[in-house]
Design a protein around this ligand. Structure first.
Ligand code: HEM
Length: 504
């Protein structure tokens, strides 16, 4: 007879033996490269592949793969086969392949799970996706004028409320500072005001919940069950409830963009109130989730580089002079969308910080086996179900495209006092040289509004305040959002500010 201990040892041995056998089987059944396909790298560990190295430092990993295999290769990462395109002169050939390379299904599945609304299928919600995209035009061209004006008013409203009493230096944490101002001004611009409640208090409660949800966002995206993420489900429900019809109906001065989106969602009877509210919540995340860290980095780099700050402020002071405006205690400056476009130095400083902090992966799913044709008679067979990816930091940190790529040069995107748009790789002018907003069919529809918002935020703080760093530390980037958009700082940093003397 076996004792209990002997029995346990035998079971352990069996389990271990089975696992080893499984690993050997997986190892020998690994995918093999077929003729005409890009070089394939399975990594050593079955299923996991290169996931650990990729997760730790994607840029370093991709560069090492590039050294080994060249400018296009397929890496096995957490059960997925991802073909990376590393040569930016070839990006356009991938971006234009919207028929063979789809992003919608992938994004749709991820968004519906993360924000808790039903997947948008053509059968169940005919034309919904296309109609939503049509509405995004309200964030572009002259239609953007109204949103821009409203944002300028709201930013100054928040400033007046927060800072009009301040007379001497005040110390604050910079990320918290940016988050508070951008969230409140953007929220009011898009979703209007609650005429009854104390607006500042209400929005700051929403912001606190938003920050909690946002911290768990990367886990939701990689499909970690929400039940394992502490109070995230409750927080998400609270955020969704803000947009229930009875609450939305009370709000005044709701933007045309949100009102039109609401009218559209209301037309789909198959949607429940909860689903509609979840769509609004998803839009809220899209509208501030990246803008807040992007505004932070732009402010951080400017305050870190006083010469850059002085040059940008000079440009703003000139704009005020040329438009006959004076800074006064009413906080009522007016800068139009067209005037914002003319601020070349400010635009360049923002582009430069976006270059350094954006890390959104452009992912497409191969719809059918097909041949991807690239420039220079190159062609590669791709397999149905595989992913194709462009990771913009490989471009943004390429020393051949950008000299001293790690250095913040505020005027990098200025040439002859105009926006510089000519950047080269292998002697060829690049069509895509800055990609913080994605590309092709999945490019961010809010990109013009986002850049305007950041310009307005910086304009208001530079025009109304003097600022200095209090801490000397250099802060780094938190990689947990790699692939998802703008990286957050890995710590906050203290700075101090004091109101500038008014002109009036
Ligand atoms: C610096 C700020 C921003 C950055 C870096 C950014 C970046 C991006 C990126 C990379 C995507 C594409 C994701 C993909 O490929 O699947 C995207 C999508 C999107 N963005 Fe932005 N975004 C910003 C600000 C905004 C703002 C202010 C709005 C709206 C007010 C907005 C609305 C959206 C929407 C609605 C989508 C999804 C579009 C679709 O359904 O195809 N974004 N954004």
């Amino acid at each position: 007879m076996l004792s209990i201990n002997q029995l346990l040892v035998s079971i352990n041995g069996l389990v271990l033996g089975f696992l080893v056998l499984l690993l050997i089987l997986l190892f020998f059944n690994r995918r093999r490269r077929k003729p005409g396909e890009p070089p394939l790298d399975n990594g050593l560990i079955p299923y996991v592949g290169w996931a650990l190295q990729f997760g730790k430092d994607p840029l370093k990993f991709l560069k090492s793969q590039q050294k080994k295999h060249g400018d296009i290769f397929t890496s096995h990462i957490a059960g997925k086969y991802i073909t990376f395109i590393m040569d930016p002169t070839q990006f356009q050939y991938v971006i234009k392949q919207a028929k063979h390379l789809d992003f919608r299904e992938f994004a749709n599945e991820m968004a519906s799970r993360t924000f808790d609304y039903p997947r948008i299928t053509e059968a169940k919600f005919p034309q919904l996706r296309d109609n939503m995209h049509r509405i995004y035009k309200i964030m572009q061209g002259t239609a953007l004028d109204k949103l821009t004006d409203s944002m300028m008013g709201n930013l100054q409203h928040v400033f007046k409320w927060k800072f009009s009493q301040a007379t001497d230096w005040k110390i604050e944490k910079m990320y918290q500072f940016c988050c508070g101002i951008i969230f409140e001004a953007s929220f009011m611009t898009l979703y209007g005001k609650d005429p009854v409640a104390d607006g500042h208090k209400l929005i700051s409660e929403i912001r606190e919940n938003f920050t909690k949800f946002d911290a768990k966002f990367p886990y939701l995206v990689i499909n970690i069950p929400i039940s394992l993420l502490g109070a995230t489900r409750k927080v998400r429900e609270e955020l969704i409830h803000i947009f229930f019809p009875n609450k939305m109906a009370k709000r005044s001065e709701v933007s045309e963009l949100i009102q039109t989106r609401k009218n559209l969602l209301d037309q789909y009877d198959v949607l429940q109130d909860h689903d509609r509210a979840a769509h609004h919540f998803a839009f809220l995340w899209a509208s501030v989730g990246n803008t807040i860290p992007a505004a932070f980095w732009a402010m951080y780099y400017l305050v870190r580089h006083p010469e850059a700050l002085a040059a940008v402020r000079d440009e703003l002071d000139h704009l005020l002079q040329s438009t006959g405006q004076k800074r006064g205690p009413n906080y009522d400056l007016h800068i139009t969308r067209v005037q914002l476009d003319s601020l070349v130095l400010l635009g360049s400083a923002i582009n430069e910080s976006l270059r350094l902090c954006s890390a959104s992966m452009n992912i497409r799913v191969v719809q059918e086996d097909f041949v991807l044709e690239l420039e220079g008679d190159q062609a590669y067979n791709l397999r149905k179900g595989d992913f194709v990816a462009i990771y913009p930091p490989t471009l943004h940190k390429d020393p051949e495209v950008y000299d001293d790529p790690e250095v913040f040069k505020y005027d990098r995107y200025v040439e002859n006092e105009k926006e510089k748009t000519t950047f080269f790789k292998k002697g060829k002018k690049l069509k895509n040289y800055l990609m913080p907003f994605g590309s092709g069919v999945s490019i961010c529809p809010g990109r013009f509004f986002a850049v305007n918002e950041i310009k307005q935020f910086l304009a208001v703080i530079l025009l109304y305040m003097d600022m200095e760093m209090v801490e000397n530390k250099i802060i780094g980037q938190d990689n947990s959002r790699t692939g998802l958009g703008i990286l957050l700082p890995n710590s906050d940093i203290k700075f101090r500010y004091k109101p500038r003397k008014f002109d009036l």
